[in-house]
Design a protein around this ligand. Structure first.
Ligand SMILES: Nc1nc2c(ncn2[C@@H]2O[C@H](COP(=O)(O)OP(=O)(O)OP(=O)(O)O)[C@@H](O)[C@H]2O)c(=O)[nH]1
Ligand SMILES: C=C(OP(=O)(O)O)C(=O)O
Length: 200
């Protein structure tokens, strides 16, 4: 089985727009790149992935991730789901048999989470990792790639579940702090900062 990972990353100037009232653009860009670096390090550390790719329209992001040792895919169709769809088609065409798509903003993600999701995917065609509030999807492991269409966005978990049901695919939920906690709001940033201080 050829497991690969794919991380979508927005243009830095537009990323983390919900934090714009609280953080400067430079602070937001730094936060995005720090969290992306963490996710990439964790994926590398899992030693379970044939390749790791980042899809983004931002040349600075693409240049940076190559330095970190991952593939840089220029966004060919605009928007979260269209960009992922084209990138996943490329992965499928080049031999991927399973694709883990995950958000770039998961600061508590651990290699154990990746290994567990891969383990579960041996028994289920789709493994979904929900966000804390239970409506979002922070990671999605699909075997084969594109067996389920990308439907990220508000309320995506329920939409994924409906798509899975329509296609009679087997699926399971993977629930862990590492995949549940994504940084969207200033409250999330503060929770994360407090957890860093507590573990320092
Ligand atoms: N390539 C690409 N990635 C995207 C796009 N939209 C969102 N993403 C990525 O998808 C993941 C979840 O993104 P969102 O929560 O929608 O956006 P965000 O920038 O994290 O936060 P907000 O701007 O506050 O919504 C993050 O890794 C984003 O960088 C897009 O249009 N293209
Ligand atoms: C994009 C999503 O979530 P968020 O905007 O909360 O990161 C999603 O869960 O599909």
């Amino acid at each position: 089985m050829a497991y690969r990972a794919l991380i979508p990353v927005k243009t830095l100037s537009e990323a983390k727009s919900r934090l714009a009232p609280y953080l400067t653009q430079t602070q937001r860009a730094t936060l995005v790149l720090d969290m992306l670096r963490h996710v990439i390090d964790v994926l590398h550390g899992s030693k379970s992935l044939e390749t790791i790719s980042v899809v983004s329209p931002d040349p600075n992001v693409l240049q940076q991730v190559q330095v970190w040792g991952v593939h840089a895919l220029l966004e060919k169709a605009q928007g979260h789901n269209p960009a992922l769809t084209v990138a996943a088609q490329q992965e499928l065409a080049s031999g991927a048999t399973a694709l883990l798509t995950l958000s770039a903003d998961l600061p508590l993600l651990r290699t154990y989470d990746i290994q567990q999701m891969i383990e579960q995917s041996r028994h289920y065609e789709v493994v979904l990792a929900p966000s804390y509030e239970g409506t979002g999807t922070n990671a999605l492991l699909v075997r084969p790639p594109l067996a389920v269409p990308y439907v990220f966005g508000p309320g995506s978990l329920q939409r994924y579940q409906a798509e899975i049901q329509q296609r009679f695919l087997s699926s399971t939920l993977y629930i862990s702090p590492g995949t549940r906690f994504d940084v969207d709001t200033i409250e999330d940033v503060n929770i994360f900062r407090r957890s860093e201080i507590a573990t320092a």
